[in-house]
Write a protein that binds this ligand. Structure first.
Ligand code: 5RP
Length: 216
């Protein structure tokens, strides 16, 4: 339980408008958003979910979960983050849902990120950067990332993503140019998704507190 996560999640309801299909992220902060969304579920047209975990919670509340291909472009995406810099660029993927999260963020007109104050940093990289990889490419990708960045990739053993892939967590980075690093790591064969959300950052960040702070 985190009071600041709850306050951030509940504040994000302000961005939900009647009739919307809402993109929904993954994690403990998003769980509070989902619970708040349940209270107005009759006012929305449905949701697109970024993970099996969120889908289960949404369906548990009787909220209709739609396929992104059928839903088309979305007006709003609400998701948490592991780190957020002053330009609203993010590290995500602590919950291993980064690939579907990035797809929905890209498909959405407005990305509202909900965080507790501990997630705010000046420079991204203290939180190990998650990278989703095709299983057979795990050690190749790890070697390439080490050579390209000097960061230490660690296999998140035992974790299989909703897409059937594995996750490397890259330690020891200080990411001064997240846009460039996101592009560079995306080029490594076997990389499915990099947990840097810099090319498509959040549009709005809600920092949980009393009162919540809304950064645009
Ligand atoms: C999942 C994520 C989450 O948004 C991130 O890990 C933050 O989670 P939490 O709200 O539990 O702190 O990227 O892949």
């Amino acid at each position: 339980m985190s009071e600041s996560k709850r306050l951030a999640g509940e504040q994000a309801i302000e961005f939900v408008e009647d009739g919307m299909v809402v993109g929904v992220g993954t994690g403990s902060t998003v769980a509070y958003f989902i619970d708040a969304l349940a209270r107005i579920r009759d006012r929305i047209a449905g949701v697109v979910s970024s993970s099996e975990q969120s889908t289960a919670r949404l369906r548990g509340h009787g909220i209709e979960v739609l396929d992104l291909n059928a839903a088309g472009p979305l007006p709003l995406y609400v998701d948490g983050a592991d780190e957020c810099d002053p330009q609203r660029r993010l590290i995500k993927g602590g919950g291993a849902a980064l690939t579907r999260e990035k797809i929905i963020a890209q498909a959405s007109e407005r990305f509202v990120c909900i965080i507790d104050p501990a997630k705010q940093v000046d420079v991204l990289g203290r939180f190990p950067l998650p990278v989703e990889v095709i299983p057979m490419a795990r050690s190749l990708v790890a070697r390439e990332i080490l050579a390209a960045t000097g960061g230490q990739p660690v296999w998140r053993e035992g974790v299989v993503t909703d897409n059937g892939n594995w996750v490397l967590d890259v330690h020891g980075l200080r990411i001064v140019d997240p846009v460039a690093l996101e592009g560079e790591l995306n080029q490594i064969p076997g990389v499915v998704c990099v947990g840097l959300f810099a090319r498509r950052p959040a549009d709005v960040v809600i920092v949980g507190g009393q009162p919540p702070r809304v950064l645009r």
